[in-house]
Ligand binder design. Structure first.
Ligand code: PRX
Length: 637
């Protein structure tokens, strides 16, 4: 097996890039020809960024699971598709060949059908990082149902919002999940969520922790029982549903600058081509290698680089149930040695956290198998980059700094491992097909090098979002209306003197905490649900491990409050409404917030104070009550 479209040199990168800009339709048709289609497309691309409408491989018919499974069952049935490493290192790991995975996916696809699932249904998946999660996702795709995976750390309320928004009729979950020394009662959380989700008719529950759960007659069934039924029916195969290239493959909710997360929609054909192309090129994957992406499948990174990218390339993908610091901070390195991992793809926050344990946890580890390292999710600081390079890569593994977003489906800007140059803290160059531009506040294009601006993309690529579920107008206003005829990323960016791109962080009201996207408005809404809170404002501040921490300014109506207790109560409220990932790191009680005369909160000032820049607040004379700033400054945490 080889990948004819894998770029092998800098010169070839430059040539391919040029082709992709000069003749994008020919370029992508050539690549898409390497996949299995039931019918080839009538038109490669039809688009406008005004409505927006983006259609790739229009008229093409396919099923992504035939590209991820069936074709490899024919050519390499006994190659390993998935290696699963459990949370507890003493529990045996599990592996699945392509043949076995295909069988399991067909089997579970039949379970879904037996439980009433049909093409176009939305199925919510709230599961731990076990192989059955991958099987469930692919089983949905097999029958043309649309999966909506919700990260296991979200609260009942967050799940309910997502289920209601997508009108899901089936939920797939487990009794619980293991993470480090904790077990999380997933089914109990689902039960709470479903009290407000009348659209859900069936819940299929996998046994993982054997925590006692309540099972509601007629609604809840056990995964294992349903598999037994399918086996008894004696029909192990499930024909793949033939999908249109532009049919929805999945919805994944992500935070924006408004209070309500939006359901980013990806479609079958373009997403498949994009995740595959980027996987093969960015990581320079070679057949037989073991790819370990440490992300949770609840986020886009897991969708694209644990499941669809690697499996569509016939690769071996390692999925890990646990966390990097349990039972100790050497766990990642132990996994690398145990399974002879070739490619390790993780987040800067994990690197910084492991760095803080020093090099002891690495001492006994060989790490000889590693060939390529990757980072994703947030800017990587130079110190963390060099530590990763020196202690993990032994200065022998190229590091790819991959910039992308839930909305982009796969990597847009990154060096290609060992092919184009790496530069610490720079994502460097766009992939073929990606035309980045920088614009100023007024949307004016900023030309040349050694410049900074807001990062936009001026031409569609196959893996981009098509809409936000149930609300196309929201997609238009969020991404396509800020700057005319451009996709706006929400990120600020520097293009240095050599033309390399460095992402500097969000320019909207979105925080990036430990690589997780969190909307400030969402956290404010959650804090304001606490009965004693009058008003709140959230900003980010630099945090050594998390990248950004959450700083909350809160007006509280109790006079004799026990501040520490109230802080805990507020955090509890946020956990309940959103999930523990959105808990503020610091809560400062204030009597007022700096507002303009029109009532708008001046976040710029609050941000500066949280960052400790007390003497550089800019003009505060236009504030309704400038004195409030003095008070906030003097009580800064
Ligand atoms: O701000 C950028 C940051 O993460 C945001 C996207 O978050 P999300 O949709 O959750 O997807 C994360 C995984 C792809 C971006 O708008 N970001 C992502 N990768 C990088 C990054 N910032 C700097 N460097 C990166 N490599």
């Amino acid at each position: 097996m080889s990948y004819p479209y894998q770029i092998k040199s800098l010169k070839q990168y430059q040539e391919e890039y040029k082709k992709s800009v000069d003749a994008p339709e020919d370029f992508w048709a050539t690549i898409a020809n390497h996949f299995i289609w039931h019918r080839k497309w009538d038109q490669v691309l039809d688009w406008n960024f005004y409505e927006p409408t983006i259609e790739w491989f229009k008229g093409g018919k396919l099923n992504i699971t035939e590209n991820c499974l069936d074709r490899w069952v024919e050519t390499q049935p006994n190659a390993t598709a998935i290696i699963w490493e459990p949370n507890d290192p003493t529990e045996p790991h599990r592996t699945f060949t392509y043949k076995e995975l295909h069988h399991k996916v067909c089997q579970f696809a039949n379970v879904l059908k037996n439980n009433g699932a049909t093409r176009g249904d939305r199925i919510c998946i709230y599961m731990p990082m076990v192989p059955e999660l991958t099987i469930a996702i692919l089983a949905c795709a097999r029958i043309g149902a649309i999966h909506s995976v919700v990260f296991g750390g979200f609260s009942a309320q967050s799940i309910a919002d997502r289920i209601q928004d997508a009108q899901c009729n089936i939920v797939l979950t487990a009794d619980g999940g293991f993470r480090g020394n904790k077990s999380i009662p997933l089914k109990a959380v689902i039960d709470e969520a479903l009290t407000t989700c009348p659209s859900v008719e069936k819940v299929i529950v996998l046994t993982r922790t054997s925590l006692p759960v309540s099972m509601i007659k007629g609604r809840d069934v056990w995964w294992e029982d349903e598999i037994n039924k399918v086996e008894a029916q004696g029909n192990p195969m499930c024909k793949a549903e033939i999908m249109d290239a532009e049919d929805m493959l999945f919805i994944l909710y992500t935070s924006g600058s408004t209070g309500k997360p939006k359901g980013v929609v990806h479609t079958c054909g373009g997403y498949m081509v994009w995740t595959n192309y980027t996987f093969v090129n960015v990581f320079q994957y070679q057949p037989g290698q073991i790819h370990f992406c440490t992300a949770d499948i609840g986020w886009i990174t897991g969708h694209s680089y644990i499941i669809y990218g690697p499996l569509s390339a016939g690769a071996t993908s390692l999925m890990f149930e646990g966390i990097p610091t349990w039972p100790d901070a050497g766990r990642f390195w132990e996994i690398v040695d145990k399974h002879a991992v070739d490619i390790l793809y993780t987040a800067p926050t994990a690197i910084r956290s492991l760095m803080s344990f020093g090099t002891d946890p690495i001492k006994e580890k060989k790490l000889h198998s590693l060939k390529v390292l990757g980072t994703v999710g947030e800017p990587i600081n130079e110190e963390a980059w060099h530590w990763y390079d020196e202690h993990i890569g032994k200065r022998n593994c190229p590091i790819v700094d991959t910039w992308w977003q839930t909305e982009t489906g796969g990597v847009l800007i990154s060096n290609l491992a060992g092919i184009t140059k790496a530069k610490p803290s720079f994502a460097t160059l766009p992939l073929p097909g990606i035309q980045p531009i920088l614009v100023d506040e007024n949307g004016k294009k900023i030309e040349g090098n050694g410049v900074s601006g807001n990062l936009c993309i001026q031409f569609p690529w196959p893996g981009m979002l098509r809409t936000t579920f149930g609300d196309h107008e929201r997609c238009r206003t969020t991404y396509f209306s800020t700057y005319e005829n451009l996709y706006f990323t929400g990120d600020g960016c520097l293009r240095d003197n050599e033309g390399d791109y460095r992402i500097t962080g969000r320019v909207d009201d979105v925080l990036n905490v430990s690589g997780h996207r969190i909307g400030t408005a969402e956290v404010e809404n959650a804090i304001n649900m606490h009965t004693g809170v009058v008003e709140s404002a959230i900003v980010g501040y630099p945090h050594d491990i998390k990248g950004q921490g959450i700083y909350a300014y809160v007006i509280f109506n109790g006079i004799h409050i026990d501040e520490n207790q109230t802080r805990l109560d507020i955090c509890q409220t946020v956990s309940k409404i959103i999930g523990a990932i959105a808990k503020p790191d610091k809560i400062q009680f204030v009597t007022g917030l700096p507002k303009t005369r029109s009532g708008k909160i001046m976040r710029r000032i609050l941000r500066k104070i949280a960052e400790g820049e007390l003497n550089n607040l800019g003009d505060t004379s236009t504030l309704l009550d400038p004195l409030v700033v003095e008070e906030i400054k003097s009580n800064k945490l």
